[in-house]
Design a protein around this ligand. Sequence first.
Ligand code: NAI
Length: 342
Amino acid sequence: MKVAFFDTKEYDEIAFKKFMEERNIEIKFFEPKLNIDTVDLAKGYDAVCIFVNDDANEEVINKLYEYGIKAIFLRCAGFNNVDTKACFGKIHVYRVPAYSPYAVAEHAMALYMTNNRRIHKAYNRTREYNFSLAGLTGNDMHGKTVGVIGTGRIGRCFINICQGFGMNVLCYDAFPANDLNYVSLDEIFEKSDIISLHCPLTPETRHLINKDSIKKMKKGVAIINTSRGGLIDAQALLDGIVERKIGSACLDVYEEEAELFYEDKSGHIMNDDTLLKLIAMPNVIITSHQAFLTHEALENIADTTTQNILSFFKGEQGNANELCYHCGNEQNCKKLRKEKCF
Ligand code: NAI
């Protein structure tokens, strides 16, 4: 089992080494992200392991197939960067559906609290012996209304945290459960002081936060996005901030992050005007897709990914972590019948 591992960071190697040795899997760590320019690195391997900003589009999939790649192992939950339809019948796809929903939910709240109470500003001030409080006023969280879009694993952890702060929680999900306070999407937009996104990026959710939805929101609303950048139309967000409609934006993800996030670009001229302006805003806080980054999450990712690799090469049927474009469709989804996708 030889696996080409793309977009490697030092913390990946540390987390994976233990499991590779225990489970006898050969992994070659490559720094570049998988895309059409780097796909040749996969020649001679049985499978590839990729992360959130690798680009497994149809052209890349066809090349991987030509090179004899049998499986793609995503070491993350989201799979919007893999063309699962192009993979069907050719390359099996596995993911890590859950590794630590707490890590992401806690980071979402950390971003909001930092921005709300201006902790990042205060930290810089006191390091320079500036003990002024001017401009550091925040809002009580207790009693405020938070709208949670997507009430899966991470959304639910976030809801628990909000309830601990005494906030009122409104929920929206395309597939609502029966134990939460669900309302329409419009009600979320109209009534929430804070909106936090925890749904996947799909054609339906792309630019869920846009010019029209922002119009419906309360003045001063805070928007938190730790899911995928494409959920927000960044230009509309920026306009909403400039118009003083949006009071706070807390972003761990950005639609055009692929070439920027996870890299040190400090010595470079940035070409993305929208991102530059967002970063310059005093009420915007941005982290570079780090919500997952806890020791517990890294260990769980490495554990589940290497289990997925073993499961695939042993030919196990019905692995719940395998996915294809038929997933969840009762007629076509073989996984529901405990079979392999193809
Ligand atoms: P999950 O699958 O447990 O929950 C997603 C929820 O979204 C489900 O309840 C689902 O019904 C709902 N949903 C699906 N389509 C929807 C729609 N059109 N409108 C509203 N809700 C919809 O996923 P989980 O583990 O909670 O992760 C959520 C997202 O968080 C992932 O899709 C991923 O994009 C992102 N993520 C970000 C990380 C980071 O480091 N920033 C790390 C891990 C995940």
